[in-house]
Design a protein around this ligand. Structure first.
Ligand code: ZN
Length: 342
């Protein structure tokens, strides 16, 4: 099969496109003929190399994929060749304490397709049967592949961890990113009032079109001060952030009393200071979130395939353009998702 892979960590130049052996499905696995895959920032970090991540080379990236089942492995029931699917990028053991509690992303041996094991930047990919979601006949593969990781991450962060309620005010930072664009839509779906932080007039206009009630240009003003002003010195009920160090203190400052802040990444660095006195006086909660359970994934994908949430696709490229896609995402300025159609 044809695939985009790398043999060494490094810059985008390590990515090659060529022939790889066809993967064979094992027990409770299926092989998917990949029709669309999408790029995440995770792909860039995996390519550069992450501490403690030891990969089998050559490594095929791409956590998000959608396609048609091509072969089913032993002990697979309910699925057959020809079924149209999108794949939850999470892989879990099913037997540890956290899996038994249904908390798949907390599995002690949790893995992500395209990160720890081969992903979807290939003509074929082998995935666990537990991660499949059936997509309707008319639903485009590109949209499905653009949804899986970002919508589940936004859903668990806002709804499960963040406890989002109708009528609340939500602040989303880094608003042009994949998870953030999903988060703005999910918040609006819940009937929340959404403040979004982004940069530059072009992103401002795009974020506005997604339905954000107030868009703040972080290059023009201090977003926490603006939030304070817009809410009559009350603050927002919920903050969703993955920027990390650079926005940490401003995010906490933007919270209302009893406010909740959910972090699902730390792009600008993992350090952050907390004023403990402020924390107990305002009785706020700061919590983490990553990926989602299969139940959360299925719930949010139901909304995507019903057309209630709208995946944002920046561009659709071929397998031969995976290197260029890495360069483009790395350079910034991508709005929504870059999709690869093998
Ligand atoms: Zn487990």
């Amino acid at each position: 099969m044809k695939a985009a892979f790398f043999n060494d960590h490094g810059g985008p130049e390590v990515i090659q496109v060529g022939e790889c052996p066809n993967p064979e499905p094992g027990e409770r696995e299926v092989r998917v003929e990949v029709k669309a895959a999408s790029l995440n920032h995770l792909d860039l970090w995996v390519r550069r190399g992450l501490p403690g991540l030891k990969l089998e080379m050559p490594h095929i990236g791409g956590s998000d994929m959608a396609g048609v089942i091509d072969t089913v492995g032993p002990e697979v029931t309910g699925w057959e060749p020809g079924d149209r699917v999108v794949v939850n990028p999470g892989v879990w053991c099913g037997t540890c304490e956290w899996c038994k509690r249904g908390q798949h992303p907390l599995c002690v041996s949790y893995q992500i397709l395209g990160e720890h094991v081969a992903g979807g930047f290939a003509e074929l990919a082998v995935v666990p049967v537990t991660s499949l979601y059936r997509i309707p006949e008319e639903f485009p593969f590109e949209k499905a592949a653009a949804s899986a990781l970002v919508y589940q991450t936004a859903w668990r962060g806002l709804v499960t961890q963040g406890g989002l309620q109708p009528g609340e005010t939500v602040l989303v930072t880094g608003a042009s990113g994949g998870v953030s664009t999903a988060a703005i839509q999910i918040s609006k779906h819940f009937g929340a009032r959404v403040f979004a932080v982004t940069s530059g007039p072009e992103n401002m206009a795009r974020v506005q079109r997604l339905g954000a009630d107030l868009v703040i240009d972080r290059l023009e003003e201090d977003f926490s001060k603006r939030v304070w002003k817009e809410t009559g010195k009350r603050g927002v009920d919920l903050v969703l952030d993955s920027v990390g160090e650079a926005t940490w203190e401003n995010c906490i400052r933007a919270l209302s009393r009893l406010g909740r802040m959910v972090v699902y990444g730390a792009t600008t660095g993992p350090g952050g200071h907390v004023n403990i006195a402020r924390l107990f006086w305002s009785q706020t909660k700061i919590m983490g979130s990553t990926m989602a359970t299969q139940a959360e994934f299925e719930r949010v994908m139901d909304l995507v395939v019903r057309g209630e949430l709208h995946p944002v696709i920046d561009a659709v490229w071929s397998l031969g353009q995976v290197k260029e896609a890495h360069e483009r995402l790395e350079a910034g300025g991508v709005f929504g998702k870059l999709v690869i159609a093998p």
